[in-house]
Design a protein around this ligand. Structure first.
Ligand code: GRG
Length: 295
């Protein structure tokens, strides 16, 4: 039996290698942009979303190359969101993954362009025949990622977050915000495995339930880390939600109830996977990891 930390490590190494080859450098005049993209993507992060894609694809016997390229495309979108989120116009952060943010290591304009180029590169990776021989599968991946990342997905969630004053948001509104901002990409990370594997509807439904609960548990844990974690553990500034007066689950529920809710959601997430038997053990383990993590 493979334990979760070895599996996460092995998966992160494979993802890192593939991302390095996707983001290879040359002597082109635009190489500063490629260097900024590499700074944003390589050498850090838990690689949680790629792990979800690889594990979900594994449930349906998807070829390694297809799963890995799709997993990398999702990580590219995630990294773009981090680069733009860190900009002075958004969260204005200096530290990410224990290193200077892209606009600090390079400059603001380069960081904007690097984010733009990472997002478009992700779609290029999915649309490439090397990702899947069937153009219908590739088109479905592209369409579903566009939906997850766009105006009624991750970017829409960010917009609501930027507009929200703490007093304005109910727990229901915060849940919706977080479902868009963080949940949509986590949903797609799981769903992508089912698209690649042409999974039947009951299996897709099970993964939808899993991703939904996992995404919320992940976000509550992220809120808790912002209150209780340290910069050394998380590799980014903490205490930002309070100082920015952000509406979070922890702010509304308090840390104890928030932790209990995250644990419940993680258990519920794992319960959705019954039909996959032992094949989904690492997905069950990762649900627990998401709420217990310190980074
Ligand atoms: C499109 C600008 C823009 C933003 C979209 C996802 C997002 C909104 C912003 C990212 C910033 C943020 C702190 C979001 C909350 C949760 C989250 C996505 C945390 C970071 O994800 P991890 O913990 O990070 O998986 P690593 O570094 O491990 O990949």
């Amino acid at each position: 039996m493979v334990d979760l930390s070895s599996a996460l490590k092995a998966s992160a190494e494979n993802v890192e290698e593939k991302l390095k080859s996707i983001l290879s450098t040359d002597d082109a005049p635009e190489r500063r942009l490629i260097e900024a993209m590499r700074h944003a993507v390589l050498g850090g992060g838990k690689r949680l979303r790629p792990f979800l894609t690889l594990q979900c694809a594994g449930l349906f016997g998807v070829a390694d190359q297809s799963a890995l390229r799709t997993a990398c495309a999702i990580e590219l979108v995630h990294c773009y969101s981090l680069v733009h989120d860190d900009l002075p116009a958004m969260d204005d952060d200096d530290l990410r993954r224990g290193r200077p943010t892209v606009h600090k290591a390079f400059d603001e304009a380069t960081a904007i362009l690097a984010g733009d180029a990472l997002l478009t590169l992700a779609f290029g990776v999915l649309a490439n025949p090397a990702t899947h021989a069937n153009p219908g599968v590739r088109a479905d991946l592209v369409a579903q990622l566009a939906k997850a990342a766009g105006g009624h997905g991750m970017v829409g969630g960010q917009m609501i977050d930027l507009q929200a004053g703490q007093e304005d948001l109910t727990i229901g509104a915060i849940t919706r915000l977080q479902r868009l901002k963080t949940g949509a990409l986590i949903d797609f990370a799981c769903h992508a495995g089912a698209i690649l594997g042409r999974a039947p509807e009951p299996a897709r439904e099970a993964l939808r339930g899993y991703a939904h609960d996992l995404g919320l548990a992940f976000q509550i844990a992220d809120d808790l880390l912002d209150v209780e974690g340290s910069e050394d553990e998380t590799g980014k500034a903490v205490g930002k939600d309070k100082s920015a007066n952000k509406a979070t689950f922890v702010e509304i529920l308090g840390p104890e109830r928030a932790r209990a809710q995250a644990t419940l959601l993680a258990t519920q997430a794992a319960d959705h996977l019954a039909m996959f038997d032992k094949k989904a053990d690492l997905l069950r383990d990762v649900a627990r990891f998401v709420v217990e993590r310190r980074h």
